[in-house]
Design a protein around this ligand. Structure first.
Ligand code: ZN
Length: 347
């Protein structure tokens, strides 16, 4: 049995499916989680839970309990809808993001393939009553800046003039969310530098860069637990013999072995230290090192999903290689080799 995801993530899953309540049925050290869907309770899974996890569930503002059941209401006046929770961004990363996004104005960046980055950008723009999408050019940016937008959603930056205007507007208090293509969060920052955004402006206006990668999710009903081969464990930086999962195929997934999509994230959140590095013009290696000292990279997040059985080891290896990091190319991402350090970061 797997450990329970963060309570907020479980609520996020239920919210995403349109549920109005989350039921947690306590059975010794585990809970059966179910989401209220109309007249039915849809099972979300059986999870191992710790005492602090249960305390948090009991303490939730929408929670009530009777006998061995906790019910968390997530209807209209229950829980505040959290757009980021619905993206599947892990709890710790989301908490740090919320803190960075509370500052007024600034640039927030969503990095990834087209479909993934647009949905992510829209979630990062919330809460917003008016957040139009515009092309990343000077003219449309100037027009949108006069339109009293909560956020301006920008689809890529065309050139240096657009980048410079976006950062100027952001520093003056306009929230701008830029969706762009890059292999990692830090490489997106490199693109701003390539557009000659001044380093003091980069430090002052950038709030966060979040990168997303979409991977096929293993069907939970038929995935096959197997022990990682030594080649896989070396590439993933996990102990040989660690249980991973392979795709099989059953009636629930039309024999494909996959059902839905799993999203893998990394985030560079501009805190005091990252701000200092940006303002000093620190190189990518230094930025990467600081940003992922305690937070997971795309590769590390993918490895966690592979261990949890959400994605295959092959997919995690592919993500590791696409990010230019991982044990195969450890020089630019020294932290990826340090799986013990990463586990400390997760704890
Ligand atoms: Zn299946």
């Amino acid at each position: 049995m797997t450990s329970a995801p963060a309570l907020e993530d479980l609520i996020g899953t239920a919210v995403r499916d349109g549920a109005t309540a989350l039921h947690l049925l306590l059975e010794g050290g585990s809970v059966a989680a179910m989401a209220r869907q109309g007249r039915a309770l849809a099972p979300l899974g059986q999870f191992k839970v710790s005492a602090p996890w249960l305390d948090r569930a009991h303490a939730h503002p929408g929670a009530a309990h009777m006998d061995d059941r906790i019910v968390i209401r997530i209807d209209a006046h229950g829980v505040v809808r959290d757009a980021l929770a619905a993206t599947g961004i892990p709890g710790t990363m989301r908490k740090r993001l919320h803190a960075a996004l509370e500052l007024p104005g600034g640039i927030v960046v969503a990095v990834g393939p087209p479909a993934g980055r647009r949905a992510l950008a829209e979630a990062l723009a919330e809460p917003a009553s008016y957040a139009p999408w515009i092309a990343g050019e000077r003219g449309p940016l100037e027009a949108a800046a006069r339109m009293d937008c909560d956020s301006i959603l920008v689809d890529g930056l065309a050139d240096r003039a657009a980048a410079s205007l976006a950062f100027d507007l952001a520093r003056m208090g306009q929230r701008i969310v830029i969706a762009m293509d890059a292999i990692s969060a830090v490489s997106a920052i490199e693109q701003f530098r390539a557009f000659k955004v001044e380093r003091h402006l980069l430090g002052a206006a950038l709030r966060a860069v979040v990168a997303v990668h979409a991977a096929p999710r293993l069907c939970p009903d038929c995935r096959l637990p197997v022990q990682a081969k030594s080649s896989e464990s070396a590439l993933l930086g996990i102990d040989p013999g660690t249980v991973i999962y392979r795709a099989a195929g059953c009636g629930c997934c039309d024999g494909t072995g996959y059902a839905g999509t799993a999203f893998v994230y990394e985030a560079v959140i501009v805190d005091g230290q990252i701000h200092g590095l940006l303002a000093k013009g620190a190189d990518s290696a230094l930025l990467t090192r600081q940003a992922f000292l305690t937070a997971p990279t795309l590769a590390a997040s993918a490895r966690v999903l592979a261990r949890e059985g959400a994605i295959t080891a092959d997919e995690a290896i592919r993500i590791t290689r696409a990010g230019g990091g991982g044990p195969a190319a450890g020089a630019t991402h020294p932290h990826i080799l340090d799986s013990a350090g990463f586990r400390r970061g997760l704890a």
